[in-house]
Design a protein around this ligand. Structure first.
Ligand code: ZN
Length: 128
């Protein structure tokens, strides 16, 4: 049985976000692939990956994971630029999770910047 990637791509983790998590050189070729890899890193509580793929200008000191929080899925709604030839891009998504038995949807527009060839997560905000 293959281990499906938490990002919902229907590919195996090893061939999807696992490739990006293991890669020492770069965080994916597109903003969307980094967005997916960051979601999977939250699911897997991979703090080093989350922090290292965060733009230094906006990176927090650390991230914390709540044991009461269960991630349920990621849905990419739209992407703008963020391709192999771009230097910035944005991804609008919904991440669904349960926390303490309640259901939540995080609807966010994230922006990404490419620094020294690597996509980095820059900002996240309300899409409206
Ligand atoms: Zn994935």
């Amino acid at each position: 049985m293959t281990n499906l990637c938490p990002c919902g791509s229907k590919n195996s983790y090893a061939d999807c976000c696992g490739l990006i998590h293991r890669s020492g050189a770069g965080f994916g070729t597109t903003a969307e692939s980094l967005m997916r890899a960051r979601y999977s890193a939250y699911v897997m509580e991979d703090r080093p990956f989350i922090l290292s793929s965060w733009h230094p200008d906006t990176r927090p000191g650390t991230v914390t994971f709540s044991p009461q929080q269960e991630w349920l899925g990621l849905e990419i709604l739209a992407t703008e630029r963020g391709g192999p030839l771009d230097s910035e891009g944005s991804v609008e998504f919904i991440a669904r999770f349960r926390h303490d038995g309640d259901y939540f949807e995080l609807h966010e527009l994230s922006t990404f910047e490419r620094v020294d060839g690597n996509w980095l997560y820059a900002t996240g905000g309300d899409p409206d």
